[in-house]
Design a protein around this ligand. Sequence first.
Ligand SMILES: Nc1ncnc2c1ncn2[C@@H]1O[C@H](COP(=O)(O)OP(=O)(O)OP(=O)(O)O)[C@@H](O)[C@H]1O
Length: 133
Amino acid sequence: MASPDKQIDKNHHFGQSLKHAAAGLFCVFLREGNFRRESVMALLVFIMAWWLQVGRFQWFILMLAVMLVFLMELWNTIIENVVDLVVGRRFDVRAKAIKDMSAGAVLVASGIAVLCGAYVFIPPLWHLLTRWF
Ligand SMILES: Nc1ncnc2c1ncn2[C@@H]1O[C@H](COP(=O)(O)OP(=O)(O)OP(=O)(O)O)[C@@H](O)[C@H]1O
């Protein structure tokens, strides 16, 4: 799926594991529009953090929030693919429930990221606004 090679036995060394993991990430990036949109959002968040010169702790919070969303999107994609592998292209009530729950997990992670963004960005933005007006 992610890699064109036909290997089905275990990886023999760390480099091989890393290659397959990177291929998996690349595959998610190519296939999932949401993952690409979240990557653009993450880039904008980091540009804004750099522009507002937020502190080290705030950078740490933003990194964790971004990684949480990526992690949940990856997990959602894995769940969707496993469900499709099992169920195929037919309607199944349990498949729908599982996929909807998995999408719900991404929504929760995104909500946490929005809260983190508000915690980091509102004080410096407020400071800028009160200086300008
Ligand atoms: N086999 C199925 N049986 C029933 N409902 C399904 C099935 N496959 C998908 N669905 C419904 O369609 C929705 C979207 O499907 P799927 O998650 O595969 O697409 P997606 O666009 O990648 O979703 P997301 O935006 O969460 O990444 C699911 O949340 C579910 O409600």
